[in-house]
Design a protein around this ligand. Structure first.
Ligand code: ZN
Length: 242
């Protein structure tokens, strides 16, 4: 099976459309989404609709839970809080119902999917380093766990001797006697200084992972963010990818 993997769309319709078009060209068998469909961006309902109709399934992110009132947003920054309030009234009943159905974790053949961390999915902890990753490997089923949440792609590999290292590659053949935690980056708000939309392809028959990037009509998204009264900073940060 060849899976297309997407995460952290954040209501960026132009980025999502560009990624879906690339995945269609790549002829993947199924698309799986790791959550955060909404928040920050100007097209929440259209993005939820596209994800709902194009993915095999989707798991929940913290912004999806925030909109549903399932988590405390006191610790969100001001930009995130403002966009949560704005987004709440943009979603159709169908979209809200869909968001309510999303699980926190999913297991697929020989890999796991979670938005934040496999150890405690509901705690929304970030995996940004070898230290953050170590304990999380104990909670993975299969060869790999794909995550989102930080918007920064990273590959963490657990070796034979239980040590964990960072692999700085965008293409990797996963070794069957090792384990991996892979952050697939963000479709709609990358934060690794590369403003192009990020997505991934995982081919289970050869255990090959590939992180891909695609340009999209960013100025259109930025214009809509400003026109719709969302914080200007949310438009500006798309240009620099941070
Ligand atoms: Zn996110």
């Amino acid at each position: 099976m060849r899976y297309g993997l997407i995460s952290d769309i954040h209501a960026n319709l132009e980025a999502l459309e560009a990624v879906l078009s690339e995945l269609e060209k790549a002829k993947v068998d199924d698309i799986l989404c790791l959550g955060d469909l909404i928040g920050y961006g100007p097209d929440p309902d259209k993005c939820v609709e596209l994800v709902r109709t194009n993915t095999k399934y989707t798991i929940a992110g913290n912004h999806d839970h925030a909109i549903l009132g399932l988590i405390d947003t006191r610790f969100f920054n001001d930009f995130a809080k403002k966009s949560v309030e704005w987004t709440k009234v943009q979603l159709s009943q169908t979209s809200l119902e869909f968001l309510h159905t999303l699980p926190l974790v999913a297991k697929e053949e020989n890999f796991t999917l979670v938005h934040a961390s496999p150890a405690r999915p509901e705690a929304w902890n970030y995996i940004l380093s070898v230290d953050d990753a170590s304990d999380n490997f104990n909670y993975i089923q299969g060869i790999c766990c794909f995550v989102g949440h930080s918007h920064v792609p990273i590959i963490l590999e657990k070796n034979y001797d239980e040590t964990v290292s960072v692999i700085r590659k965008f293409e990797l053949e996963l070794q069957k006697d090792k384990q991996y935690i892979i952050n697939i980056g963000s479709v709609g708000q990358p934060r690794d200084l590369d403003p192009r939309a990020a997505y991934a392809i995982f081919d289970t028959s050869v255990c090959e992972f590939e992180l891909k990037r695609v340009r999209y009509d960013m100025s259109k998204t930025q214009k809509k963010i400003i026109e719709r009264g969302l914080p200007v900073y949310l438009a500006e940060r798309l240009s620099t990818g941070q």
